[in-house]
Ligand binder design. Structure first.
Ligand code: AQP
Length: 329
């Protein structure tokens, strides 16, 4: 019999189109880790309702997120890909964890501060306790590791604190989950300022057409020193150069840097190469997504079957939690 694999959990919100920041910061690594861990990948729809959203579009967004994840290489035969709300134990455990989480800890969360600014008209309690639900998502499966982008490190650290506090109060129940980082934990958006993000609309979507991607790249912010084609630039502070490092060949990267420093290329020359490479890398993902969209019942079934698998484990954990809490069973 093979060695028991450690367990992994990670999630993504169905808040819009999956972008290359999600891919480079998280999903690419999720795919690589499938054979090394027992993997649970969750479409966290209850997290997505903490900001304003279009109710009618939500079911399609959830399905499209699943399509994109499978198209990116998450083989549903080898991991458990499911929807958070299909397993009610997530919200049940979140309630319990609310009672062991300090308000001060939640007030320190950078994401809460940023999202409160971004969504000033809708700073709801769900947005505030978002990290508690996230902790519940993770520890419900007693996950050992959580591969996420840099923006989520703080939340995973809080999940550890919450697990530790629960264990201290009620007896050892949960492992303390550790985050796993990728080589590109923070992809900056096309505004050259904020992290690439669905809600900031500064992203390149993995299913966007070649034309739209060119439109976006051609308008993307570069080194401000390059006011005209004749002004030399510093590639190290240009976000296009960071993306080149992820998508272009060594020779293309070196050429871009050199020609930028000497001002022998304009930014559009450099962007054209980047565009060609990004578009090329997305081709197989788009093709697979197209196939899946034509067979959406298959995707639906995967989500349904996997919710059953997740629920089995979730129920066991909740029974244990209730017993530890002294709740009459
Ligand atoms: N720019 C990024 N660089 C690296 N990693 C990123 N991730 C997101 N953006 C970047 C990682 O992708 C995973 C899924 O994220 P999510 O969609 O659940 O939540 P998010 O971080 O809030 O993503 P967005 O695009 O910024 O969504 P909105 O705008 O809706 O809030 C996570 O592991 C995340 O770290």
């Amino acid at each position: 019999m093979g060695k028991k694999l450690k367990r992994l959990f990670s999630g993504i919100q169905p808040t819009g189109e999956i972008h290359i920041g999600n891919y480079q910061g998280a999903i690419k690594q999720w795919v690589k880790l499938i054979d090394k861990y027992e993997c649970f990948y969750c479409i966290v729809d209850y997290h997505a309702i903490t900001i304003e959203y279009n109710v009618r579009e939500m079911p399609d967004k959830i399905l499209k997120t699943a399509v994109c994840l499978i198209a990116c290489g998450l083989n549903p035969e080898k991991c458990v890909l499911f929807v958070q709300s299909h397993v009610p134990e997530h919200t049940e455990l979140a309630w319990v964890l609310n009672t062991v989480t300090a308000i001060g800890d939640l007030q320190r969360m950078t994401q809460f501060k940023e999202k409160s600014q971004q969504h000033k008209g809708n700073v709801n309690v769900g947005l505030f306790t978002y990290p508690v639900l996230q902790a519940a998502d993770i520890i419900l499966y007693k996950a050992d590791v959580v591969p996420v982008g840099e923006d989520q490190f703080q939340h995973v650290e809080l999940s550890r604190r919450i697990a530790r506090k629960f264990n201290a109060l009620y007896g050892k129940t949960f492992p303390e989950p550790q985050h796993l980082s990728t080589e590109s934990p923070r992809i900056i958006g096309l505004d050259g300022q904020y992290k690439m993000s669905k809600s900031r609309n500064n992203y390149i979507g993995i299913l966007e057409s070649d034309e739209i991607i060119w439109e976006k790249i051609s308008r993307a912010v570069t080194d401000p020193a390059r006011k005209t084609k004749k002004d030399p630039g510093n590639p190290e502070i240009c976000n296009m150069y960071s993306l080149h490092k992820l998508y272009s060949s060594r020779e293309e990267i070196e050429n871009s840097a050199e020609n930028c420093k000497k001002a022998s290329w304009g930014c559009l020359d450099c962007k054209r190469i980047l565009w060609k490479n990004i578009v090329e890398s997305l081709k197989p993902i788009k093709q697979k997504a197209n196939e899946l969209e034509n067979n959406i019942d298959y995707v639906h079934n995967i989500l349904k079957e996997n919710a059953d698998k997740s629920r089995k484990i979730a129920k066991e954990t909740m029974n244990e939690v209730r017993e530890k809490l002294g709740i009459l069973i």
